[in-house]
Design a protein around this ligand. Structure first.
Ligand code: CA
Length: 225
């Protein structure tokens, strides 16, 4: 059952970033560019979750949140550029279930989205398996050939992305979006560095390579040919 997510965000770049990432995760995504359109879409085709920007032209996000909440129990995740505690409190007072401060990485957002969608239906931790490699979403550890290894936060996010999309070539842009977020301004070889870390952890005892480079494009998790 595909969860339906309504994204209400006036900033084109962030709206497209969210739509692209969530669609890739197999959510059905509707977008609205302001509060008025958001309220109309929520009324005409009720979503399972709303991602709602606070700073919107016209009816602002807090007011949209109040009106949505008056009409339904749909989970609402507010996106705010403001760090100020009073804005977070205002959002929660208006009926939001959670909020995320910009800039955020896509995986942070995805974790919140999953948590909100899960509340009604708690799921067990999952173990991804590919060939002889396993990734436990509960312990956030990897395991290969009977040997368990720890992962840093970013290593885990990157490996989870590969494990969720086996045999699919992941472009550098997708990996950047998903693991580092749209505002990442660091050195351009960060993906190479983290792939190297993951290879070090998964290729012990001369085990065959699983994370392969696709020259000029990105990377793919697959068995050696
Ligand atoms: Ca905005």
């Amino acid at each position: 059952m595909t969860a339906r997510i309504l994204v209400v965000e006036d900033e084109e770049r962030i709206r497209q970033f969210l739509k692209r990432g969530l669609t890739y995760e197999k959510y059905a995504v509707e977008t609205a560019v302001d509060g008025k359109e958001g309220l109309e879409k929520a009324r005409d085709n009720p979503p399972d979750l709303v991602l709602l920007d606070v700073m919107l032209p016209g009816i602002d996000g807090l007011e949209v949140c109040r009106r949505l909440r008056a009409a339904s129990d749909v989970p609402i995740l507010m996106l705010t550029a403001k760090e100020a505690i009073e804005d977070r409190v205002a959002g929660l007072d208006a009926g939001a279930d959670d909020y995320l401060v910009k800039p955020f990485s896509f995986d942070e957002l995805l974790a919140r989205v999953r948590a909100l969608l899960r509340r009604a239906q708690p799921a067990q931790p999952q173990v991804y398996r590919f060939a002889d490699l396993e990734l436990d979403t509960g312990t956030r550890q990897g395991r290969r050939a009977g040997k368990t290894f720890d992962l840093t936060a970013k290593e885990y996010e990157l490996l989870e992305l590969f494990m969720r999309n086996p045999r699919q070539v992941l472009t550098r842009d997708v990996i950047f979006d998903r693991v580092w977020g749209y505002d990442f301004g660091g050195e351009s070889n960060i993906i190479e560095v983290y792939v190297r870390y993951l290879r070090q952890k998964t290729e012990f005892d001369d085990l065959p390579r699983l994370i392969h480079t696709v020259r000029g494009v990105g990377y793919v998790l697959r068995e050696e040919e």
